[in-house]
Design a protein around this ligand. Structure first.
Ligand SMILES: [Zn+2]
Ligand SMILES: [Zn+2]
Length: 293
């Protein structure tokens, strides 16, 4: 117990990490809180706590309804209201829209704002395989995640346009003229930059192998000790050993350059987490692993 108390967690203070030039800021300890902000994209994944830094983020993506991932949502909404900021876009799994509206209504009543619909966020429903166009360059796609409750994961894709080979060498104003005639002179590719998975079992990676294609893969490893291996699946979580065994089975499939591990159980100390992850990560992934602790 005293050793555990040596590791004090402060969910309101995000940890900053550099993932190959992409900055992410977040906090994630199982049962306590998870959120992850990407300032360059103005996106925040999950909002189990609403640190002051998160208020300015206009795009919130929610993976599932567990309190440690969702508890800060209404706080985010009311803080933006208080600061006269426009409402953020709350992208939530479609099956959560009604329960979240009910929750917001109850909170609204408690605060004495009965019959004030402006105090209820407009939740934007996302299905299992949806695409959200954030802007001309960024697209967020969803996929189902295996957890104890229904859950979604998200991949941010960067849209890159390339001139079709048949137009190589054509000068600028001629290309402009072709465009004005409605001729498609470019091809588009969607490059997967980051995949965010909230809480999950190993089944998500088995069923959604595209997760390994993103430059940055953010995933949980709630449990890390050998004696905790059996409890991971029934609790709807991942064990470090399961993840590493899965990844080691096919190194070529691991196209991500950064693997961010998060959502460690509160019962582990930081030094325990660092030592166990280092010892159990295969050689080819040692330089790619980063810990959100
Ligand atoms: Zn959780
Ligand atoms: Zn959960």
């Amino acid at each position: 117990m005293t050793e555990q108390l040596d590791t004090i967690h402060r969910p309101s203070f995000p940890i900053t990490m550099d993932c190959g030039g992409l900055e992410v800021q977040g906090f994630s300890i199982g049962g306590l809180a998870t959120y992850m902000m990407v300032p360059e994209w103005r996106i925040c994944f999950d909002i189990g706590e609403c640190p002051v830094e998160a208020i300015r983020f206009p795009n919130i993506f929610l993976t599932h309804s567990h309190g440690d991932h969702a508890r800060g949502l209404l706080r985010h909404f009311s803080l933006r209201r208080m600061l006269n900021m426009p409402p953020a876009q709350y992208h939530v799994p479609d099956f959560l829209v009604q329960p979240l509206q009910n929750l917001a209504q109850a909170w609204c009543d408690l605060e004495g704002h009965r019959n004030r619909p402006e105090y209820i966020p407009d939740f934007i429903p996302i299905g299992k395989h949806d695409t959200v166009e954030l802007n001309r360059q960024l697209r967020v796609t969803s996929f189902p995640v295996d957890h104890r409750v229904r859950s979604l994961g998200f991949t941010v894709k960067e849209i890159r346009k390339k001139l079709k080979p048949e137009y190589f060498g054509v000068i600028g104003h001629e290309l402009g003229a072709l465009k004005r005639q409605g001729i498609e002179i470019e091809t588009e590719t969607a490059h997967p930059r980051l995949t965010f998975i909230g809480d999950s079992t190993i089944r998500t990676l088995e069923k959604e192998p595209h997760c390994l294609d993103s430059e940055v893969l953010v995933i949980e490893t709630t449990f890390i000790l050998p004696e905790d291996l059996e409890m991971a699946k029934p609790k709807g979580h991942l064990h470090l050993f399961e993840l590493m065994e899965f990844l080691a089975a096919d190194p070529d499939a691991c196209r991500f350059q950064h693997l961010v591990l998060k959502h460690f159980s509160m019962k582990y100390t930081r030094s325990q987490i660092v030592a166990l992850v280092r010892r159990n990560t295969p050689e080819f992934l040692q330089d790619r692993v980063q810990l959100m602790i």
